[in-house]
Ligand binder design. Structure first.
Ligand code: PEP
Length: 252
């Protein structure tokens, strides 16, 4: 099996304006020497995806989106943005099932699965997010929750698929699981994928997300089953995001 190329993805959430796309040039200046060894992805808010793809066109930075609609075809879905539209304006990836969408917009595993399928049909790579709440972890259910989410949220096609393990309680704060806790859940996810796909799906990258920053990135990347990171706050500043990318052993 060829080694999985690390993927470090930045989720800008609903932050920034067009001017922030200037960060892409700054980022590229820092990471271009290591870009052959690490995939760097930025997912700006939807209105800026096209401009981001244009700004990044002569760099190795990949551009993605943070969400897409469930429908593959053009449809009467006011306010929705389809995966095909995102692909049309230069996105290569799309995040689906982020815990903010699950919690604030009521997205179920079934909805997340339809979005992931729509993404794949449009030629995008779907980054499917899973992760337990603090309550679920404290009551010993973290593994079961993540297995259920993986089983029910992922599409039938193992191609163009990335999983992001993001414990909800670790997002947007300053608490992270221990390396042993990350390792345990990543193993559980890998095992679930192996059961689900005849191929074993060993090419699927499994990212960790939740308060990754320049200070703890090396520790996270040292965990055996971690194939990269999904980064929120620390992806907004090129210097911080570059420091995370450069902390990956593949960048040394
Ligand atoms: C996220 O929202 O996906 C995330 C990981 O956020 P943060 O890095 O800010 O915790």
């Amino acid at each position: 099996m060829a080694a999985r190329k690390p993927l470090i993805a930045g989720n800008w959430k609903m932050y920034g304006r067009r001017a922030n796309l200037g960060e892409l040039e700054v980022l590229w200046r820092s990471i271009s020497p290591v870009a052959a060894h690490v995939d760097a992805l930025i997912c700006p808010p939807a209105p800026y995806v096209q401009n981001a793809a244009w700004s990044a066109r002569e760099t190795g930075i990949l551009i993605g989106a943070q969400d897409c609609g469930t429908e593959s075809e053009d449809a009467a879905r006011t306010g929705d943005v389809s995966a095909a539209m995102l692909a049309d304006v230069g996105a290569r990836f799309v995040i689906v099932g982020h815990s903010e969408r699950r919690a604030l917009f009521g997205e179920t595993d079934a909805v997340v699965r339809r979005k992931a399928q729509a993404a794949q049909r449009a030629g995008l790579t779907a980054i499917v997010c899973v992760g337990e709440t603090r309550l679920e972890r404290d009551s010993g259910q973290a593994g079961d929750v993540v297995v259920r989410q993986v089983r029910d949220s992922i599409p039938d096609d193992a191609e163009s698929l990335v999983i992001a393990y993001e414990p909800v309680w670790a997002i947007g704060g300053d608490r992270t699981p221990t390396p042993a806790e990350i390792d345990e859940i990543h193993h559980i996810i890998r095992g679930t994928l192996a059961q689900r796909f005849a191929s074993g799906a060993s090419d699927i990258r499994i990212l960790y997300g939740g308060s990754v920053g320049p200070k703890n990135a090396a520790e996270v990347f040292a965990v055996g089953g971690v194939d990269g990171a999904l980064v929120g706050r620390a992806s907004l500043k090129a210097a911080d995001f570059a420091a995370i990318i450069l902390a990956h052993p593949a960048a040394k």
